[in-house]
Design a protein around this ligand. Sequence first.
Ligand SMILES: Cc1cc2nc3c(=O)[nH]c(=O)nc-3n(C[C@H](O)[C@H](O)[C@H](O)COP(=O)(O)O)c2cc1C
Length: 237
Amino acid sequence: MTETIKLMKAHTSVRRFKEQEIPQADLDEILTAAQMASSWKNFQSYSVILVRSQEKKDALYELVPQEAIRQSAAFLLFVGDLNRAEKGASLHTDTFQPQGVEGLLITSVDAALAGQNTLLAAESLGYGGVIIGLVRYKSEEVAALFNLPDYTYPVFGIALGVPNQQHDVKPRLPLNQVVFEEEYQEQPVEAILDYDQVQADYAGARATTSWSQRLAEQFGQAEPSSTRKNLEQKKLF
Ligand SMILES: Cc1cc2nc3c(=O)[nH]c(=O)nc-3n(C[C@H](O)[C@H](O)[C@H](O)COP(=O)(O)O)c2cc1C
């Protein structure tokens, strides 16, 4: 096992932080490592907004009340970004048509890969963090708070800091229910029930709902509208 694999297998999200800054040199290391993630056609269709002022973190917390945001030493907003693409394309054509599913997949995958690099690089330096996807539920307000222009949208944030909590590693689905040989293998519902039990055993007294109940809460209703409304406003949908 390599040190890198050991680090990856030890990952847990950290949501409580000590009141300790992340030095600029470490942030630079983390973000330049993040930037080395692969991206679609090397378009690098994302931007990162680094938030260090407590005032801004508190303003975001008002919109998205996740404790990790206001406790973080640094909050990074990952933005799906075709604004640069529009400027580049305009050098060669009068038409720019980023609207649709491809544009969203390109930008969100690029942002996700850079985000995962960010978290791993931070963890390798002894920091911890958590991805905050809930920023999407307030997409329009978050876009306004960070002055996001046309062709951009918030994908997720990452709250980073010096960990002030420690959890056991969260058990994943059995590998053979996620990785299939040669062709897709649909899983029986028993596999879901088994994982509900694994999650219940892991969470113990902290458990409030089961894993499959959380799936029902998420997917049993129409998606929240803020993301789509903001994408329409930003000319991406
Ligand atoms: C796209 C994405 C969005 C997430 N959003 C949130 C969030 O808004 N709040 C939160 O506390 N955790 C969030 N998480 C963290 C997940 O809950 C966490 O990664 C998952 O439960 C697995 O736990 P672990 O990271 O500790 O292994 C998010 C993770 C991802 C990948």
